[in-house]
Design a protein around this ligand. Structure first.
Ligand SMILES: [Zn+2]
Ligand SMILES: [Zn+2]
Length: 208
């Protein structure tokens, strides 16, 4: 902690951000005056928030393109996983066993695709993409399953019969309610998506 050499009594110094707060504490990088609230304790001494942020930004080198790649890779793989596992239908035990390695694969793929460049919020963005992708994958799988059931049922009918059934309002209609209920009926799938999102988030937050 670096403190100003004792100033003369009338030479009071104040925080750069809060002009009403008297302080003698200076950022050890840029030298600006800062109050206790503005000071950040770092391993190399007290620094102002701007200098801390600047230092962090050197670590975050990802471009907006990299962010899009993270979304595409995380969302795409999670959608694939959600669709496959939604089709198989699996319990909590399998979700627990598969979730962690799957999260490792997804985050590693995203990191490799972006040459390990990260942004401040890569972890949050990757995890959100996993959740959205996983849900869309599960819903998509239910949708295709439903479609195949309907076309199977209709295969035995003539076009006239189908027309008549449509006219009588007897054609099955797919409701959003049904889609969501089917997609979320498997708690294992929800747990799986949650674990993958958690692993992706943690992996991106890890210092490398
Ligand atoms: Zn500073
Ligand atoms: Zn201040």
């Amino acid at each position: 902690m670096s403190v100003n050499p004792a100033p003369a009594a009338e030479e009071l110094t104040f925080c750069t951000v809060h002009p009403d707060r008297e302080t003698g504490l200076r950022c050890n990088k840029c030298g600006r005056l800062m109050c206790a609230e503005c000071a950040v304790q770092t391993p190399v001494g007290y620094r102002c928030k701007q200098c801390v942020r600047q230092h962090e930004d050197k670590f975050f080198t990802a471009s907006s393109n990299d962010t899009l790649i993270v979304i595409a890779v995380c969302g795409g793989l999670a959608a694939l996983g959600g669709a496959i596992l939604g089709a198989i239908g699996f319990g909590l035990f399998l979700a627990l066993i598969l979730g962690f390695p799957a999260g490792g694969i997804v985050s590693e793929a995203a990191l490799r695709a972006t040459k390990r460049r990260r942004a401040r919020y890569s972890g949050e963005i990757g995890a959100a993409a996993v959740v959205v992708g996983g849900i869309l994958g599960a819903i998509g799988q239910v949708y295709f399953y439903w479609n195949s059931l309907v076309s199977e049922a209709l295969a035995g009918l003539s076009p006239e019969q189908i027309q008549a059934a449509t006219a009588r309002g007897e054609m099955p209609t797919l409701t959003l309610d049904f889609l969501f209920r089917m997609a979320f009926s498997d708690i294992g799938l929800i747990l799986f998506v949650g674990i993958v999102a958690f692993v992706v988030y943690s992996r991106f937050k890890m210092k490398m």
